[in-house]
Design a protein around this ligand. Structure first.
Ligand code: ADP
Length: 483
């Protein structure tokens, strides 16, 4: 089975969040289940730099792709089969994949990602003669126009599947762009890409794709409500029979405490003592006091979604009970400022790094005792999965994938010996405060704590089961189209 994946990020080439991890891990596990996945991604500057060292073949050339010149390359990079869309005017810029250096969205994002989707649909339609996919799997709003381009322009008979990693990011643009999208007038309708009078990239993808998946069963249920559906709940209800929740896994080779080269000392569930060296390295890195209080970590975008305002307000509480906190992330300037101020107030107890630092994130998982994830909504969340694998106990809001992947240390779970972390249900100051108290109380019972760590480390967080669910769905969609 040949599947084209269309995504705006893919680890290890370009990553701003969980989408990249998923887009990078899925092809590798699917390969073991006889799915040949190729991934189309934009040729951002760092991507083209990494590409310069690998052999690549030019498979298509565009003299006018939304007004710019572009080339499509096929290549293999660290086991991933790629189509890289090299459109320098769109993708070789300073800043991140979506934002300029000042943090503002590029004003032509609608065009940049329409171009990506357009090329994705062309590949589905046979642009690359030697490799025509049986199905196209796209991710998030940046790839959201692909199903429209397939249906209205290039590949009406090829099945498609849209995965939503976060429904808060919808790619909604003014109706005035429609004329430039290279779509027929009929596409601007309720059953196409029209969305409350605007153009909706994610909406169009979710409306037109043969199936819609999101990244956990709980989130797949939550988005039926206005609170979580964020305007798309009506569409989701109308398409309920094709909406599925498949929980993300993680790359257990990259995230393996027994072999991870990015941490101070390797360890396993049966040799937990090795964690101590990582803990010491973490204390040294952040200039923390050396004592026995639990170290909490946060590795996150610093935003309201992630509950970082609550965290900033409760740092005193952690310190007061003898805990320490290390934060790695960036995001809202006000939240960054509040956390940096907390680090100043509590020198030796709170360390904050406003940064994106993949190696440090590994050390933090290996050396912290608990990870705090007080998200208001969390489609899946990956950091709790890495934490489970590294014996770092997750303390999570009971929402989305956090609900599906962490077993709360309630009385029943403790007596059955299956608890892996702590969940709390009201994402408020009081909710988080109570959760912290439970964590501190358990910390004082080292045997119980170690049992939770070991349960977590033994939990299956790999991709295998979820990958089979994707394959089943691909097969169903392909046969439903009579292929
Ligand atoms: P989201 O995609 O909503 O940001 P996820 O938990 O699904 O959240 O994925 C976040 C991914 O990004 C994880 O792999 C996490 O380790 C990583 N990450 C987030 N912030 C940082 C950071 N500042 N430095 C390094 N890695 C980070």
């Amino acid at each position: 089975m040949k599947v084209l994946s269309v995504a705006s990020e893919i680890f290890p080439l370009v990553k701003t969040g969980g989408l990249a991890d998923v887009a990078g891990a899925l092809p590798l596990v699917l390969a073991k289940q006889n799915v040949e996945m190729r991934s189309l991604l934009p040729g951002y500057t760092p991507v083209m730099q990494k590409m310069s060292s690998v052999r690549k073949a030019k498979v298509a050339e565009f003299s006018d792709l939304f007004g710019v010149k572009a080339k499509l390359y096929a290549c293999t990079y660290e086991g991933l089969s790629l189509f890289v869309l090299d459109a320098p005017a769109f993708f070789q810029r300073d800043g991140g994949p979506y934002t300029a250096k000042d943090g503002k969205d590029f004003p032509d994002n609608w065009k940049r990602f329409a171009a990506l989707s357009h090329v994705g649909a062309q590949i589905a339609g046979g642009l690359v003669e030697k490799w025509v996919p049986d199905l196209v799997h796209m991710h998030d709003w940046q790839a959201g126009l692909t199903p429209a381009y397939m249906r209205y322009r290039f590949a009406p008979d090829t099945p498609s599947m849209m995965t939503v990693h976060n429904i808060a990011f919808q790619g909604q643009f003014g109706a005035d762009i429609f004329a430039e999208l290279d779509l027929p007038a009929e596409a601007f309708s309720m059953h196409g890409i029209e969305y409350y009078g605007d153009v909706g990239y994610l909406k169009g993808g979710m409306e037109i794709a043969d199936a819609v998946t999101t990244v956990s069963p709980t989130y797949a249920r939550e988005i039926f409500s206005p609170e979580f559906g964020m305007g798309l709940e009506g569409l989701i209800r109308a398409r309920a029979d094709v909406v599925h929740g498949i929980v993300n896994g993680i790359d257990t080779d990259i995230w393996n405490p027994e072999t991870d080269p990015l941490i101070a000392a390797n360890f396993s569930a049966s040799k937990l003592k090795g964690r101590a060296e990582n803990r010491a390295a973490l204390e040294a890195h952040f200039g923390l006091d050396i004592d026995d209080g639990p170290i909490f970590c946060v590795i996150s975008r610093l935003t309201w979604q992630k509950g970082m305002d609550l965290l900033a307000d409760l740092t005193g509480e952690i310190v007061h009970r003898g805990g320490k906190l290390v934060v790695l992330g960036s995001g809202d300037k006000a939240l960054e400022g509040a956390l940096l101020a907390a680090a100043d107030r509590h020198a030796g107890r709170v360390g904050v790094s406003i940064n994106y630092d993949e190696p440090l994130s590994h050390l933090m998982q290996a050396g912290s005792d608990a990870i705090l994830i007080p998200s208001r909504f969390e489609p899946c969340g990956l950091t709790q999965l890495y934490a489970l694998r590294y014996g770092c106990v997750p303390v999570v809001a009971r929402t989305g994938g956090l609900n599906d992947t962490v077993i709360d240390a309630n009385t029943a779970a403790l007596s059955a010996g299956v608890a892996t972390g702590f969940q709390f249900s009201s994402v408020t100051h009081d909710g988080l405060r109570l959760a912290l108290h439970r964590v501190f109380d358990t910390w004082e019972e080292p045997k119980m704590w170690a049992a939770m760590q070991k349960n977590g480390m033994r939990a299956d967080v790999s991709w295998e089961r979820s990958a089979s669910q994707y394959v089943d769905l691909y097969q169903k969609l392909i046969s439903a189209r009579g292929h």
